[in-house]
Design a protein around this ligand. Structure first.
Ligand code: ADP
Length: 324
């Protein structure tokens, strides 16, 4: 790695609460260690078009508690082309950028790897509500999103009880069921439908609802992960048809991506942001910052992107066991 003097930071892909806390940590740790820090707006798209400005300790004041990302974010199809990638590299040269810190998900890290292959120093920080990045146990935004869902569950539960209804709640998570399985436990769901498992609706959903009713339950909750495409409405209809219980589907949608980050997300983002800068200060690059065995570590980007992650079977079993 060359002598890094100027670091640029960007957010890319889907936004997540806590991204601002990560930006703040990168900027302030960067200043602390004597780097010049630039902010790239709108992810890789902003890099291509030179939407870049210098960051100071003050430009990141008053943002740690705000959801979203002050640098804004995009999904950039242009960046995925050879032409876009080369334009991005040339613009990085124009601004004298020696290293780029990419805060985003798996797709953003693949973009960072492309930059790294052309000679740019890159560091990735996992920022996505889905917790679906294989190399890390935790991604920034996950805790806040789950708390937002839990808040919705508690409200829906009140009205479901009054009307003796079944609520079918679709939650985010892209192709993964991390949010779904955790909120099925914290929300006391009768059933959870996950993209990682094939669904047998009679066994997995209808049976626990009927058994619950026969034991005296007055309302029911079914969590459906969005990765089980478009299923929430269908599942609600089938529950009504088969059990006679009125079932209503609620698709929570983007409410899960917003809001003030929890303490956990702010602290994780702060630790990961500082670690990204410290990795560069130590002369290392082309790393992904990860949370492994309760520690913030840095991993080789190519190795990190080859890793696989599976949903813990124990969580699925726990959810079932406690839904009696
Ligand atoms: P996330 O980072 O949240 O997973 P995306 O998958 O949309 O979000 O990726 C964000 C951006 O990263 C994309 O718009 C694109 O510019 C870049 N990107 C995604 N996948 C790749 C890839 N395989 N190669 C290069 N760049 C990619």
């Amino acid at each position: 790695m060359g002598n890094v003097k100027t670091i640029a930071v960007l957010t890319s892909g889907g936004d997540a609460p806590g991204m601002n806390a990560a930006i703040r940590a990168v900027v302030r740790a960067g200043i602390h260690y004597g780097f010049k820090v630039l902010g790239i707006r709108k992810g890789f798209e902003g890099l291509i078009h030179g939407d870049i400005q210098e960051m100071t300790a003050r430009t990141v004041g008053d943002i740690i508690h705000r959801g979203g990302t002050i640098l804004q974010t995009t999904r950039s199809p242009l960046f995925k082309t050879e032409e876009g990638l080369h334009k991005a590299m040339s613009m990085a040269k124009v601004f004298g950028i020696d290293a780029i810190v990419v805060i985003g998900g798996d797709g953003s890290f693949r973009g960072a790897l492309d930059l790294c292959r052309l000679g740019m120093n890159v560091i990735g920080i996992p920022g996505t509500i889905d917790n679906d990045i294989a190399c890390t146990d935790y991604t920034i935004g996950y805790d806040t999103a789950m708390n937002t869902v839990q808040d919705a569950i508690d409200k829906i539960r009140d009205t479901a009880y009054s009307h003796e209804r079944c609520s079918v709640l679709e939650v985010m998570g892209r192709h993964a069921g991390y949010i779904a399985v955790n909120v099925s436990i914290s929300g006391g769901a009768e059933a959870v439908v996950l993209p990682e498992r094939t669904l047998d609706i009679d066994v997995d959903v209808i049976k626990p609802i009927i058994e619950g009713r026969n034991r005296g339950k007055k309302h029911y909750l079914v969590i459906v992960a969005e990765g089980v495409e478009g299923k929430a409405i269908e599942i609600a209809k089938e529950i009504t048809d088969k059990t006679g219980i009125e079932a209503r589907a609620t698709i929570l949608g983007h409410i899960q991506r917003g809001g003030s980050p929890t303490v956990h997300d702010r602290v994780m983002a702060s630790m990961m942001g500082a670690k990204a800068v410290e990795t560069l200060r130590d002369g290392n690059s082309n790393r992904i910052i990860a949370f492994k065995d309760n520690q913030v570590v840095d991993l080789d980007i190519e190795e990190a992107l080859k890793m696989q992650k599976t949903l813990p079977e124990e969580l699925i079993e726990l959810s079932k066991m406690l839904s009696l």
